[in-house]
Design a protein around this ligand. Structure first.
Ligand code: SAH
Length: 398
């Protein structure tokens, strides 16, 4: 039977984002064990075996010892699970048949499946990834001459309502587990080798969801991605992109994380930013700036601001100057990203002259500003387009 602790860990460190999810209701019933009578929900959960990748190496060792097996088996299994990404126990060839049976009786491996792979004319690949509960998330491989980048999701849907983003339309359904995040990277790593004969070089958390609202699982996934017994990737090749939740930015700095931070800024004027991103109402730019000072003080790493310029929204000199001022709070650079239309809605990409105005103002103040081309637009794989046309994801919500 799944215990309350696991259910809590499995979900959010921010319960307020979770209450819209019927699973929360289910977990409350389970936590307080108020079901004293046969209940179909409970049976379903009881019959589900525990996902073995939720165990740490120590917990796996404890399991083997409790079962009268040798402790070192845990290390072998752990390597199969993470380093070699095995999807079933039968392939663990250095284990005896009885040990494999033991594992099968107690655990499942909730591996993702790439359900649909789409290739863009510019080389970008988008994976629709099916999770063990049939939910769908998307991840993207972005090839350039120098890099192959994996853009991965951290949640099914998103709770944040940024009103220019397709994922926001899906609402948040659940957090991804560390294994599910890790598997997306492995799938893209394999595709990089198969389709480009090149290694995966970078990872960005810019897919579906807000990584800082699934902090524990994202950190655990990154630990596995960077560990020698995982994928052994350097943390400086990983970038976490966030709407900018001050409390969590402080926490990351205190946790001494080694990866890079990108903030989806889009405006350095509170009024405009709140219109675009409701999270700014309760977490205004002043608080964000203070948290970023703390980040820089602790990590000494500059931050990247992601910024879309929309016609009639933030395409004037006042907004450009406000951005330049915000950029001075700590060392930073700006990625001006192209708007990827998600419907016939209110937003339109600004004219090239507005983009030039921004670049001129930023550069005149010594701030590095790069204008990023959009990738994979023809398959809805560009920033903010994930889940745009993916009806499956909507249908598979609870
Ligand atoms: N929640 C995280 C990561 C997901 S979005 C965050 O907000 O950073 C990844 C990036 O795409 C963010 O910078 C986001 O603001 C941007 N984005 C969202 N919708 C977009 C759109 N329609 N066009 C261009 N960029 C978009």
């Amino acid at each position: 039977m799944i215990k309350g602790r696991e259910i809590k860990e499995n979900n959010s460190s921010f319960p307020f984002t979770y209450r819209d999810d019927l699973r929360w209701v289910k977990s409350q019933f389970l936590k307080f064990e108020i079901f004293q009578f046969p209940n179909p929900y409970l049976c379903l959960v009881e019959n589900q075996k525990k996902d073995i990748r939720k165990l740490s190496l120590t917990e796996l060792e404890e399991f083997f010892v409790a079962q009268g097996e040798k402790k070192f088996r845990a290390k072998q299994v752990y390597e199969w699970l993470w380093n070699k990404s095995l999807k079933n126990f039968d392939d663990m060839s250095n284990l005896s048949l009885s040990t494999r049976e033991l594992l099968k009786n107690h655990f499942s491996i909730n591996h993702i499946q790439v359900d649909l792979m789409q290739h863009s004319s510019d080389g970008t690949i988008k994976n629709a990834v099916k999770l063990f509960d049939d939910k769908i998330v998307e991840s993207v491989l972005i090839p350039t001459t120098k890099r192959i980048t994996a853009c991965v999701s951290s949640q099914v849907g998103c709770s944040l309502d940024c009103n220019f983003c397709a994922t926001a339309r899906l609402k948040r359904m659940r957090n991804l587990t560390p294994g599910e995040i890790y598997d997306q990277v492995v799938a893209i790593k394999e595709e990089a080798e198969t389709y480009f004969q090149r290694p995966l070089t970078n990872i960005v958390f810019m897919g579906m969801g807000e990584p800082l609202l699934n902090y524990a699982n994202v950190i655990e996934a990154i630990d596995k991605i960077t560990a020698p017994e995982g994928l052994g990737m350097a943390p400086r090749r990983i970038t976490l992109s966030t709407v900018g939740i001050p409390k969590m930015i402080r926490k990351m700095a205190d946790d001494d994380v080694k990866f890079n931070l990108a903030i989806s800024l889009h405006s350095a004027i509170n009024e405009t930013r709140s219109r675009l991103m409701p999270i700014n109402d309760t977490n205004p730019l002043e608080d964000l700036g203070d948290a970023l000072k703390h980040w820089y003080h602790k990590t000494k790493r500059k931050v990247t601001y992601e910024y879309v310029i929309w016609e009639g929204v933030n395409d004037d000199e006042r907004h450009a100057r406000a951005l330049a001022k915000f950029c001075k709070i700590i060392p930073s650079k700006v990625n001006i990203i192209q708007y990827n239309p998600i419907d016939e809605g209110e937003f339109r990409q600004a004219k090239p002259e507005a983009v030039e105005l921004y670049v001129r103002i930023l550069e005149s103040q010594g701030i590095i500003a790069k204008v990023r081309k959009s990738r994979g637009q023809d398959i809805d794989a560009a920033c903010g387009q994930l889940a745009n046309k993916n009806e499956v994801a909507q249908l598979s919500s609870i």
